[in-house]
Design a protein around this ligand. Structure first.
Ligand SMILES: Cc1cc2nc3c(=O)[nH]c(=O)nc-3n(C[C@H](O)[C@H](O)[C@H](O)COP(=O)(O)OP(=O)(O)OC[C@H]3O[C@@H](n4cnc5c(N)ncnc54)[C@H](O)[C@@H]3O)c2cc1C
Length: 405
């Protein structure tokens, strides 16, 4: 394919989903990514697990990706928030007929399934190990010379290149950004007792310790962790042997899942916040981490990217039906306006939470515990938080309701 409805730079989790979702609506996409799938799909490349909110999952089902994930995730049926191991907790438990709050998947599974979906979709031309050497965006359209020697064109360029998006920089889009003094140590381990589909967020002043349920395997019960530590402590944490690491984790958990064993390899991620002032430009739209990046405290980063996908697909599908130029400025404005409030509110709430729980001292902890028990007693407020966790608040595009656009 040398011409398509869109040219997507970046075939990661968000870019691959976008191409597949557009193809499910009869649109075409050329996706260009310099990464080598032999590296990015290898078992040890990304040891993270992601909470896919229930609304995001409805989109994956609607575009035909959900089937390949079936029975390989672990439903989150209960979220428990606490300030350290002190008494006072906040439990989010949906009514039985409301279904799960989200599903945990290992990233290596998500990567493989989305890569295969993009590779096999009839309307997607996925070119891995390829980069765009030059890209021109002007009134006539978008043209790019690729490192494989070809020249491709489309009416719209979409940047899905992750947090350091060179396209966003080249377009001169201002980005608000700061680093937290935090790094996330990620990994997984087994534990003697079942997690019973509960996700735990245990807040310490050094940072939250999140324990996220995974499906049992041949060894037994298993959870993933996102353990936020001071940035300066991350290297030391990675050097700990398995025994030392599990002993430290057990201390943070107070032993409520029983003895820990079989620690997986660990990795550390520096944590920062960034938010692009605009997510569109001339014949340009940003999606996923190219547009925004937040602390993983609430497991919402990828879900924000999925919501960008659902919204942009709906805007483009309607534009195509009306016979509009897909790079039309009014179409892109519609995408920007639709996404603006959700991304800003999620980013602001996540940043506030990170700072609020980072205040050290007993008084701050007492105030937090008071807040936690108060929210725990107010049903409508809890309902609101749960619909946020599910990704169901606001004006939902059709894909997030499980329908094609
Ligand atoms: C520790 C941790 C835990 C997390 N947990 C969760 C969670 O539970 N739930 C959740 O929703 N989110 C979570 N997130 C956030 C989530 O991982 C990201 O939001 C998500 O991976 C972003 O996907 P993306 O496709 O936008 O970007 P990326 O995954 O960064 O992909 C970008 C792609 O673009 C390619 N690329 C780079 N440069 C170029 C270029 N010049 N041209 C073309 N292609 C290029 C790269 O090769 C890559 O394939 C977590 C993040 C961290 C750090």
């Amino acid at each position: 394919m040398t011409q398509a409805d869109v040219l997507i730079l970046g075939g990661g989790l968000v870019g691959a989903t976008l191409g597949t979702a557009l193809a499910a609506h009869g649109l075409t996409a050329i996706i260009v990514d310099p990464a080598d799938p032999a590296v990015t799909l290898a078992a040890g490349f990304d040891g993270r697990a992601s909470a896919v909110a229930s609304a995001s999952h409805r989109m994956l089902d609607a575009i035909g990706v959900g089937q390949a994930l079936a029975r390989q995730g672990c439903a989150i049926r209960h979220i428990r928030v606490s300030d350290g191991l002190a008494p006072g907790k906040l439990d989010f438990i949906p009514d039985d007929n409301d279904g799960a709050l989200g599903t945990m998947y290992e990233n290596k599974l998500l990567r493989r399934v989305l890569y295969e979906a993009a590779t096999t979709a009839a309307g997607v031309d996925l070119r891995m190990k390829t980069r765009a050497d030059t890209v021109v965006r002007d009134a006539a359209g978008v043209r790019a010379s690729l490192s494989d020697g070809s020249v491709v064109s489309a009416p719209l360029l979409i940047a899905a290149e992750g947090r350091n998006s060179p396209t966003r920089e080249a377009a001169g889009i201002t980005v608000a950004r700061w680093q937290y003094d935090h790094a996330a140590i990620i990994g997984a381990f087994h534990h003697a007792r079942s997690h019973e589909n509960v996700a735990y967020e245990i807040f310490y002043s050094a940072g939250p310790f999140a324990l996220l349920p995974l499906p049992d395997d041949a060894i037994g019960h298993r959870s993933a962790i996102v353990w936020t530590v001071k940035a300066a402590d991350a290297a030391g944490m990675l050097k700990l042997g398995d025994r030392g690491f599990l002993a430290e984790a057990e201390k943070r958990m107070g032993g409520f899942l029983g003895a820990l064993s079989h620690a997986s390899p660990r990795a550390s991620y520096p944590l920062g916040f960034h938010h692009a002032a605009h997510i569109t430009g001339e014949r340009l739209a940003l999606v996923g981490d190219a547009a925004h990046g937040i602390h993983p405290i609430a497991g919402q980063g990828l879900n924000l990217g999925f919501r960008d996908v659902a919204t942009l697909v709906e805007v483009l599908v309607e534009g195509k039906r009306l016979g509009l130029d897909l790079g039309d400025a009014q179409l892109l404005k519609r995408y920007e306006r639709w996404r603006g409030l959700d991304t800003f509110m999620t980013a602001a709430a996540t940043d506030t939470l990170t700072r609020l729980f980072g205040v050290p001292g007993r008084t701050a902890s007492a105030v937090r515990r008071f807040g936690i028990s108060t929210v725990d007693r107010i049903a409508p407020l809890k309902g609101r938080f749960m619909s946020e966790a599910r990704g169901e608040s606001g004006d939902l595009p059709k894909l997030l309701q499980g329908m094609t656009a």
